[in-house]
Design a protein. Sequence first.
Length: 321
Amino acid sequence: MTASTTPRTAAARSRLAAAGAIAVAGALLLTGCGDQRDKTGKEAGQSAQGSKAPLFDKLPKKIQDSGVIKVGSDIAYPPVEFKKDGKVVGLDPDVAAAMGKELGVRFEFNNGTFDALVTGLRSKRYDMAMSAMTDTKDRQQGVDSKTGKKVGEGVDFVDYFNAGVSLYTKKGDTKGIGGWDDLCGKKVAVQRGTVSDDLAKSQSEKCEKDDKDKISIEAFDTDLEAQTRLKAGGVEAVSSDFPVAAYAVKTSGGGNDFEVVGDQVEAAPYGIAVGKENAQLRDALKAALDAIIKNGAYDKVMKTWGVEAGAVKEAKVNGGS
């Protein structure tokens, strides 16, 4: 979500999406390609098997033939997406896998830096981006939230979750931080190009307008790096999506490293990003999400990761503001 000058408390205990920068270029790490003849044979088999799935016919012909939807994702954001024992796991991969059963194809997650995901999507390195990304009007319209200038054609979103941004500090050492208004003059770590990054900058401007010291913001490529910085004492707080903050508080140091302070702010939806020119894929993804919500597979994923509070009742296209 585009940052507001004064963060508002989320009406419900729901999760907030991290915001992806539109104009920043970056390298997306793609999986290697094998022998084309072997690949073609394998994909032909996937297509034949997938054609039996209820929503297979809704997919674009290219994806039907390949049997694969290529996903751009920053796979370093537990519990949303992360690697465990060499495998990509988390909320997003589980939701995608459930949708894949309805569509009859496999979702292939490819790792990349968060602030380059939309750029990679525009260059057609993959078919969609799914990475705790906030659905915002700026992103839909291809507008750089920092400058207000149009930098691209924008993307469409299929909204699949709701969330809010949280702050956390060292456990038992909050430095007097109980919310965003207490950050003036403090050092805060965020993941670069996210809603937390935008909020911290907006809050710092508010501090200066109120004749207080600005916030010292340290931006990192991943949220895990921000956590490490807090653990080392280099900053006094970290801002991230509520589920990520809650997971860090629960797991880091056996639950002894961090604590959440204050309430969530800026509730907004996570969206699966799809190119404007790919309306057929967008609509197929929406149909698949609605199907797993209806058949209960979606709720099972929410319970697995303990994030039922952020569940949606139906899929929406471009529901962000």
